[in-house]
Design a protein around this ligand. Structure first.
Ligand code: FAD
Length: 153
């Protein structure tokens, strides 16, 4: 059984083809974790988001964490954790950045974008205004787990 640390380049490669992660944020000593889709590009994770609790909390405390993993089976998995800073992409100054995020995300999380559209239409809820944000990556770590015995059966 081996657990090996992954080099930064390997972590980036995982982020490049991953699309689903768990976003952790916290407010007044209370952690909060939700599944999200993201797209990695140029030192950022881009996210298309509803504007509920997580956004409210990240505005108050922009220090966040994202975890993603790939498991072939119980004897082979990799996991990457990113620590970074929440940055919202509002207004005309971020139009190009939002377009860029949108095209990256459309390739990976099409169902989520459609589900969000449906939710807005169905609920007609003015509070659920979607927005784009990105996470500026400050650090990352990755672990690779392999159990040769299990793999061979
Ligand atoms: C596979 C997958 C991918 C997703 N991708 C995205 C994405 O890319 N962007 C995005 O914005 N959202 C995504 N979601 C939905 C996301 O996980 C949140 O449910 C949603 O964003 C609302 O979060 P919020 O903090 O705004 O909660 P609010 O709508 O403000 O909800 C308030 C309360 O509802 C509960 N709640 C909210 N979300 C969840 C949850 N997921 N599970 C259990 N309880 C919950 C919590 O108790 C929370 O306190 C995805 C969900 C799944 C399952």
């Amino acid at each position: 059984m081996e657990v090996n640390e992954m080099a930064a380049e390997e972590c980036k490669a995982v982020l490049e083809h991953a699309s689903l992660g768990r976003l952790g944020c916290s407010y007044e000593n209370q952690p909060y974790v939700v599944p999200i889709h993201f797209a990695y590009d140029g030192g950022y994770l881009y996210v298309f988001s509803t504007s509920g609790q997580k956004v409210k909390w990240m505005r108050a405390n922009p220090k966040v964490c994202v975890q993603t993993d790939e498991a072939q089976n119980q004897s082979e998995w990799i996991s990457v954790i990113v620590n970074g800073q929440y940055e919202e992409l509002p207004g005309p100054q971020y139009t190009a950045e939002r377009k860029h995020a949108s095209s990256l995300l459309a390739k990976r999380s099409h169902w989520w974008l459609s589900a969000l559209g449906e939710r807005q239409m169905r609920v007609g809820d003015k509070l659920i205004e979607p927005l784009f944000f990105r996470i500026r990556i400050h650090s990352m770590s990755g672990l690779r787990f392999t159990d040769e015995k299990e793999r061979r059966g």
